[in-house]
Design a protein around this ligand. Structure first.
Ligand SMILES: [Mg+2]
Length: 277
């Protein structure tokens, strides 16, 4: 049965099981990101905050946003590291296809065909902030867990949406699109790629929708909270985060990063994670 039909039946009074409830989580989250003014305002607010910090970030040579930034970096040229998906490109149509054409969960074939179309729109506020920064001499790096197979389409999509693009980056980095698996040490953990940029640039902002866009965060929920608290004053100032209730390590952390679990078990673990006081 196609998911659309299943959802309709549910709406007509059938009791939704736990599997469907898991799907409804994604439906609600996707509807919020794709349709609400509240989401749009959150994104604009995030990038506006970043823009307000930009002059200070450029002027203060001791300013860095990367925990991987070590050694002498005062004289290095400035750079910004942004994630791609749900940070600068909006993939809610892909998310909608998971719901309408698949079983609601991530589906690699649906995803690859979506990114290949190069039709993702820019996240509100992102183009203006990054273009303003680029106009002031900042190099923008796109550090994404998209894979090399998606490189050409991703570059074309970013350029079509008006994002700044510097053809050649310093220090043997190649271009400004740093994909997962492009080099053996470039795993899905982005630390090595942040370190590679930080070796040649002063990283003045990190922008992302997932804690892993800021530091290695595949940790238990309490550990994530504790580690983030060490740099709490950085949010909205040099760490710019976009809301993503649809997917991410926040959710995976609730079920120990075991993506093979059934929807029913995931629901159970989420319910157990809720506090009543
Ligand atoms: Mg992302």
């Amino acid at each position: 049965m196609r998911l659309g039909t299943l959802l309709l039946l549910t709406f007509y009074g059938f009791t939704a099981g736990a599997q469907q409830a898991a799907v409804m989580d994604v439906l609600n989250a996707t509807a919020w990101v794709q349709t609400s003014v509240e989401y749009r305002a959150s994104a604009l607010q995030a990038y506006r905050s970043a823009g307000q910090s930009l002059p200070k970030a450029l002027k203060d040579r001791n300013w860095t946003a990367a925990l991987e930034q070590t050694g002498k970096f005062r004289k290095l040229p400035p750079a910004i590291i942004v994630d791609v998906d749900e940070t600068v490109l909006d993939n809610t149509p892909g998310q909608a296809r998971f719901l309408l054409e698949g079983n609601g969960r991530y589906d690699r074939n649906i995803w690859m065909s979506w990114t290949e179309e190069k039709r993702a729109k820019a996240v509100p506020g992102a183009v203006k902030f990054l273009s303003d920064a680029a106009a002031r001499g900042v190099t923008v790096f796109y550090v994404t867990n998209r894979v090399p197979q998606e490189a050409a389409a991703t570059e074309a999509n970013l350029k079509a949406e008006g994002f700044p693009w510097k053809g050649a980056a310093a220090g043997g980095l190649g271009d400004v699109l740093l994909l997962a698996g492009e080099k053996p040490e470039w795993t899905s953990d982005k630390s090595a790629r942040r370190a590679a940029v930080a070796a040649h640039y002063r990283v003045i902002f990190l922008c992302g929708d997932d804690l892993n866009d800021f530091f290695s965060a595949c940790l238990k929920p309490a550990e994530r909270t504790a580690k983030a608290a060490e740099h709490e004053t950085w949010w909205g100032e040099r760490w710019i985060i976009l809301p993503n209730p649809m997917y991410g390590s926040w959710e995976d952390a609730l079920f120990d990063y075991d993506r093979k679990l059934s929807g029913a078990v995931v629901q159970e673990k989420k319910l157990k994670a809720l506090r009543r006081e």
